[in-house]
Ligand binder design. Structure first.
Ligand SMILES: [Zn+2]
Length: 91
């Protein structure tokens, strides 16, 4: 096969809705529900962090900034959703 297709690497992020770390100790109900969600991306993680990407929480409609310390990357959507469900079940 000579065809080398540089397709975009789609990844799935399992991320947690947490209050900004700058607000630690002053948690309010609308600053993070601590639930995990899945969203897809085709950007490298490093670039996303530089862009301070936000995601909308489907649980509380909060729009936290994604924090590399509070997310996991998956290449498979199904795996990501399973892991997300497990994380939410443990809370
Ligand atoms: Zn939330």
């Amino acid at each position: 096969m000579n065809e080398v297709i540089e397709r975009q690497e789609r990844r799935y992020l399992v991320w947690r809705c947490v209050p900004s770390t700058e607000l630690r100790g002053r948690r309010s109900p609308d600053s993070g529900c601590l639930m995990w969600s899945v969203r897809s991306t085709n950007k490298p993680l490093k670039g996303m962090m530089n862009a301070k990407m936000q995601a909308i929480c489907k649980h509380c409609n909060n729009r936290p900034r994604l924090d590399a310390k509070n997310l996991y990357q998956f290449e498979d959507k199904y795996e990501a959703e399973i892991y997300c469900t497990e994380l939410n079940g443990e809370e």
